[in-house]
Design a protein around this ligand. Structure first.
Ligand code: SF4
Length: 452
């Protein structure tokens, strides 16, 4: 009888290299959807999570700062201080590698049977040094195995990503590349390809591969129907799509029953859009099934969709962390950036949410800080506005994103070479700082937003 060896694919979630990083329910959901699709096509999959906060070897590794985690599934990453890249040498802050150590990563690689294909994901454009390092080390262990780089950085900075050392970079949603990857790199024809118009044709993501199963991410939609000038949503997805709400609840029920998960994060760009067809039936079904779960929405929800009915359902269904994208109380900024919200809508939403049982500190309102040409006074006024209407302002530092409508102004208004060096997209640098919004003013604004 001829022996048959199943081919295998290795998926890697790389390190974060940055001045600061916090695990606010971050999981590599896109990569784990791909893992699931490879399984469905008959492959073994292996997963190395460089952001694994619970790797057993971390305890014995000198120089690693161990971390505390919240029972809600967020917390610090372990970190090791590393030298700053040359272009950041003037910045007077420590630079770190977040996640496991390189030794642990190499051991993980060496413990594997040689895979047939390696996929590496990427997130923020300015985290690319961690991606490059992962690819460099992986190439040393598996020099003959093709490496495919995808994810957000690879989509937004395709030319820069050519320097990554990967054999090929792919843009946008990973699943659309499955036929090419199978054909060109594995010599196979796909057995299963999801319908690009139907998000529910995707198998559940392979969340069982996560080393720490403290919370699971749930996706209800892709993309956003709006097109704000500072946002990458339209660049990352072909068009706005939503799942069947009953199937979303089936999935939550599945992870709850089979893996005991009660904390879920939702990173959708537009969870509340088309509420009567999507989120209202979803919440009603969660309540009907008596799913005792908590949901965390750290990405900005749409304020203007908040009604009395929706607020009550969110509260009853266990939506514990709610954050909204407001960005500014200045009507000119609201209009010129896309017109997704106005001040009256914020006031009405806070009233409905408070009536439903949310406290002021529960209602997080994002305010953008450091937009090209923005003055500190605008951010200060916005903080005061949000506080005076009974919600909690949260400063979100602006990060310039190539390809967005605001990119050109950002490039013109920045003292950094944004085009030549993605490290300068880092929001913690305040890339579009000016004498009207200096890093010192920004520190004062952060204190003010915290109520000091
Ligand atoms: S509404 Fe939010 S997700 Fe949609 S384009 Fe604007 S900022 Fe992006």
């Amino acid at each position: 009888m001829a022996s048959y060896k199943k081919k295998s694919v290795l998926l890697i979630n790389p390190w974060i290299y940055d001045f600061a990083a916090y695990d606010l329910w971050i999981k590599p959901l896109g990569l784990l959807y791909l893992a699931s699709l490879f399984r469905k096509n008959g492959y073994h999959v292996h997963f190395i999570d460089c952001l694994n906060v619970c790797h057993p070897q971390l305890k014995s590794d000198a120089g690693v700062k161990l971390v505390k985690r919240s029972i809600k599934g967020h917390g610090n990453f372990p970190k090791q201080r590393i030298p700053k890249p040359h272009s950041l040498r003037e910045i007077k802050r420590n630079y770190n590698r977040y996640g496991i150590t390189p030794d642990i990563f190499v051991n993980e690689l060496k413990s594997l049977v040689t895979p047939d294909l390696i996929l590496v994901t990427s997130v923020m454009t300015y985290w690319y040094p961690g991606v490059f390092e992962v690819i460099r080390i992986t190439k040393q262990t598996f020099p003959d195995i093709p490496i495919v780089l995808g994810g957000i950085y690879a989509t937004l900075c395709p030319e820069h990503a050519l320097q990554s050392g990967a054999d090929i970079t792919v843009a946008g949603a990973g699943e659309k590349h499955i036929p090419l990857l199978l054909h060109d790199f594995l010599g196979d024809d796909p057995v299963y390809v999801p319908d690009p118009d139907d998000l529910d044709s995707m198998p559940y993501p392979a969340l069982d591969l996560l080393p720490l199963k403290d919370q699971f991410p749930i996706l209800t939609s892709r993309g956003c129907p709006y097109n704000c000038t500072y946002c990458a949503s339209q660049l990352l997805t072909d068009r706005f799509k939503q799942r069947d709400p009953a199937k979303v609840v089936d999935e939550i029920d599945f992870w709850h029953k089979h893996f005991g998960i009660s904390q879920f994060s939702i990173y959708d760009d537009a969870l509340l859009v088309n509420p009567e067809e999507m989120v209202i039936p979803m919440l009603t079904e969660i309540i009907r099934r008596k799913l005792t779960c908590q949901f965390h929405c750290p990405n900005g929800l749409h304020i203007f969709q908040i009604t009395q009915k929706l607020s009550k359902l969110m509260h009853m269904a266990g939506f514990a962390t709610i954050r909204f994208g407001f960005e500014s109380s200045n009507p000119m900024t609201q209009l010129s950036s896309g017109g997704k919200v106005n001040n009256d809508q914020l006031q009405a939403a806070v009233r409905h949410l408070t009536d439903a049982g949310y406290k002021s500190e529960d209602i997080g309102i994002y305010l953008l800080c450091g937009l090209p040409g923005q003055e500190a006074a605008e951010v200060r006024d916005s903080i005061r506005y949000v506080q005076s209407h009974g919600a909690r302002p949260i400063i979100a530092e602006y990060s310039p994103i190539p390809g967005t409508a605001l990119w050109e102004s950002a490039e013109k208004g920045s003292c950094f070479d944004l085009r030549g060096e993605p490290l300068f997209h880092n929001n913690s640098l305040l890339p579009c700082r000016s004498e009207k919004l200096t890093p010192e003013m920004y520190e004062d604004l952060k204190m003010m937003a915290r109520g000091h």
